[in-house]
Design a protein around this ligand. Structure first.
Ligand SMILES: NC(=O)c1ccc[n+]([C@@H]2O[C@H](COP(=O)([O-])OP(=O)(O)OC[C@H]3O[C@@H](n4cnc5c(N)ncnc54)[C@H](OP(=O)(O)O)[C@@H]3O)[C@@H](O)[C@H]2O)c1
Length: 188
């Protein structure tokens, strides 16, 4: 086990969740978001406000320095200096978790809320590596494929790992918000 991983795994109190929006076939983007649905964007904002977000460099360059949240951007190329004050750079997903752990307690205290958590926000390179660190995946599942033309060469898809189970759904007009909870390991 990488030494950073052992540090991160020790903090059992830090809740790590993933949030994403996906098409029926599991597509999440083609260099840009596939859906620009106000209700979904507002759901994302409400769930993540005040929390710590981890995202890859490409997602950050699309989303920007989202206000009211601490953004940890995973990148080997972005400079660590000269970024907006709520943006930190990590050189790997594990370093991002370490930085999140460092900041989490103070965020929690300043919010006076036990609900605060760290959100894994994509894109594909980050979901693929960090889903297994999450206790919950909150997925916006659109009922229909996007209407706009897709750049198939850049299309990114993800799937919910088998060790997560569907917990609850909120059905809305264009999509369902589905919560997947990590299955508990059997004792024996
Ligand atoms: N539907 C959704 O919920 C959702 C959410 C987020 C993103 N998206 C979509 O996903 C797409 C972007 O995803 P993506 O997978 O192409 O890109 P990404 O994960 O956003 O960013 C990839 C970049 O992250 C950095 N990175 C990733 N792993 C790293 C590692 N181990 N060490 C160091 N740096 C690392 C690298 O940056 P450097 O090149 O700087 O080293 C890499 O080029 C877009 O279409 C976006 O719209 C969709």
């Amino acid at each position: 086990m990488h030494f950073l991983e052992s540090i991160v795994t020790k903090n059992i109190n830090m809740k790590i969740k993933a949030i994403l929006a996906m098409s029926p076939s599991g597509a999440i983007g083609d260099g840009k978001l596939l859906y620009r649905n106000k209700q979904d964007l507002s759901h994302f904002k409400n769930r993540t406000m005040g929390d710590i977000l981890i995202m890859g460099r490409k997602t950050y360059q699309e989303a920007g320095a989202l206000k009211g949240r601490i953004i940890i951007v995973v990148s080997s190329t972005l400079s660590s200096s000269g970024n907006p004050e709520n943006v930190l750079i990590a050189r790997s997903p594990l370093e991002a978790l370490e930085k999140a752990e460092f900041m989490w307690q103070s965020v929690r205290e300043s919010r006076k809320s036990k609900k605060s958590c760290v959100w894994v926000c994509g894109g594909k390179t980050i979901y693929d590596v960090l889903f297994h660190k999450c206790s919950e995946i909150v997925a916006t599942r659109f009922y229909k494929e996007p209407k706009r033309k897709i750049d198939k060469g850049n299309l990114k898809k993800v799937s919910i790992p088998d060790n997560f189970e569907r917990n609850c759904d909120v059905q809305l007009e264009d999509f369902a918000i589905v919560s997947y909870i990590k299955k508990r390991k059997a004792w024996l």
